[in-house]
Design a protein around this ligand. Sequence first.
Ligand code: NAD
Length: 361
Amino acid sequence: MPYRVTFIPGDGIGPEIAEATRRVLEATGVEFSWDVQTAGADVMDQNGGNPLPPRVLDSIRETGVAIKGPITTPVGSGFRSVNVALRQELELYGQVRPCKSYRGVRSPFEDIDLIVIRENSEDIYSGLEFEQGAPETASMIEDLTRRLGKPIRPDSGLSIKPISVTGSRRIVQFAFDIARAQGRRKVTAVHKANIMKHTDGLYLRVAQEVAAENSDIEFEDRIVDNMCMQLVQKPELYDVLVLPNLYGDIVSDLCAGLTGGLGIAPGANHGGRNALFEPVHGSAPKYAGQDKANPTAMMLSGVMMLRHLGEREAADRLEAAIAAVIAEGDRVTYDLKDDRNDPSAVGTAAYADAVIAEMGA
Ligand code: NAD
């Protein structure tokens, strides 16, 4: 039986890199039945102004697995991010971002193999915000000042950071499960518990409790600022990192930078029985429709999807072919060349052809 997978091409460079990814996935010999679903600003008009029509969510709920190209979030238009909405609607609480060195990619380090796990559902991203100058903000400030006995400047805006026992337990256990499934040795919980005792302090306390229940895997914790410095100086000391939403967002980009940047950074979002695989980068509108963008991050998201489906051998074969094409360095997109203006760079589709040829397919 072919795997039924929801396929969301996205917009900007999305359709091109999604097509390249579909082709390399099919060339592994694994069979797919794609349920193609469009979303984003381009299809809003046909869907009563909704960039995330219910059919997209229904499809993912039915298939349980989706692969997605990037989707543009227009700035300052009141347009709700489809990417954030998808994660919220499907309660995809656990984001996984592997950060791995590939020979041939320009980067400051050679042997990085980290997994960053980001909590996706709470923290300062909860949208609980009070605008500076609004009457309800003024009364909130008065109330907080009275209750806590600590003055808050009256011209402040406020953002609320909820971190729960449930959310912390769920994400830290998820990190241990991933570590165990992938034969990893250590989980590091990252926080700022010395300052935010009732949110990050709670997170750390729960992480320690969960670690005690998973004692087959080593556990440690780091304060986020120290973590950033250590990652830049000695990334080889770390293995699986688990972080609340905001630190996860920032530190995962730092780790992508350590291994060569967004062009090769894949990602997955998990929650319950649903999983959505997508590159970390955005829709790069300036390259849309030019057959120029690098599809590696989405192809590697496809590799993660194959592993999730239990197709380990196909995943290893596809990843090895991508690594070989990058290491060889001839048939790669402009951004993987030493000189970004190198005329021998190939386009998105030809890069996919090279990966397929490398697999001997
Ligand atoms: P971006 O990732 O699209 O681009 C950042 C830089 O990297 C640009 O110079 C871009 O040209 C380059 N780049 C990115 N991916 C590339 C690729 N595959 N090959 C070659 N070059 C690549 O980030 P941005 O410009 O901040 O965002 C553009 C749009 O994408 C925004 O609307 C944003 O909201 C959206 N976005 C979507 C997602 C998602 O769908 N998950 C994630 C991030 C950003």
